[in-house]
Design a binder for this molecule. Structure first.
Ligand code: CU
Length: 301
């Protein structure tokens, strides 16, 4: 994982920011492409498990100095079948097809301790993290992207989301939207952002798969805005296990990110026993600036 500071040093003005990573359900990206003004559908719910994240737990302090140690050497090789370099993109998203070799691609291990030869991959747009992926095919939304040349990055990453920049493949694309480029306007809610875990409840025992149901208030969850410039009122949430402060911006223990109210993850690589799962609101740049999170203690059977 590279810090904003590190990425800012990249040439060609490609580095905007990079931080963290998240859910593999990237097929949702295009589904939210035009939901630029709708209010999140799940604004109901009680506030029993909500909490405000103290700034000391945001994991952002000192992240720059530790970033250099967080580069991974995965051994992976990446080949990008599409898009071809220079591809002209006219639609609302750019599909991609990638293959990784010499590497076990396993999103169920993401957010658990690093293991040699295992991980997933990150996609960046102009140096800014979009998401984490395991599937070979998906797409990146062009929502809020300016027309012109942009750089997609395909970067093998360790379970703890450290990037293997030496193995990364960079692919320039030429965005020429067929219609006027879609931009996103800020949303101003009447109160502070909130997130609540509706289920499971604390003390429950779960086997095999953990399904979280969450609700947000005063916040618009948007996959299409993953990695895009921050826009007031927009973002997504990260699911962490046992810690919110490990690694770059707290993402060393991030299992997945999501823009949905329901998220299911495999518990295959979570040790049996009691674990605390954190749902953390994040801005588009994957920083916990909304300062809202909820947590639940669950027995993994
Ligand atoms: Cu994120």
């Amino acid at each position: 994982m590279l810090s904003k500071r590190v990425m800012a040093g990249l040439p060609l003005g490609l580095a905007v920011a990079i931080a963290g990573c998240g859910g593999s359900s990237s097929n949702q990206a295009s589904q939210t492409t035009h939901q630029t003004s709708a209010v999140a559908s799940s604004q109901s719910g009680t506030s029993s498990s909500q909490s405000t994240m103290p700034s000391s737990q945001s994991g952002m302090s000192g992240s720059g100095s530790s970033a250099a140690m967080m580069e991974a050497h995965t051994g992976a090789r990446v080949s990008v079948a599409s898009p071809a370099p220079g591809t002209v993109v006219t639609g609302p998203s750019v599909p991609f097809h990638v293959a990784l070799s010499n590497f076990k691609v396993d999103c169920s291990s993401a957010g658990t301790p690093d293991k040699a030869g295992v991980g997933h991959y990150h996609i960046t747009l102009d140096g800014s993290l979009i998401n984490m992926y395991c599937e070979p095919n998906s797409q990146v939304s062009m929502l809020d992207v300016k027309p012109g040349m942009h750089m997609l990055g395909f970067i093998p990453a360790s379970n703890e989301h450290a990037d293997d920049m030496k193995a990364a493949k960079m692919v320039p694309i030429d965005y020429r939207p067929a219609t006027a480029a879609t931009t996103v306007t800020p949303l101003h809610f009447p109160g502070k952002p909130q997130i609540e875990i509706l289920s499971p409840k604390s003390g429950e025992t779960v086997h095999g798969t953990l399904t979280l149901h969450i609700a947000v208030k005063n916040f618009k969850l948007s996959c299409a805005m993953y990695g895009k410039p921050d826009v007031a009122g927009y973002g997504h949430w990260h699911l962490n296990v046992d810690s919110t402060t490990m690694g770059m911006m707290g993402m060393g223990t991030m299992l997945r990110m999501s823009c949905s109210n329901t998220l299911s993850i495999s518990l295959a690589h979570i040790k049996p026993g009691t674990h605390r799962f954190y749902a953390i609101l994040e801005d588009n740049q994957h920083a916990p600036t909304p300062k809202a999170m909820a947590s639940v203690s669950v027995n993994v059977g």
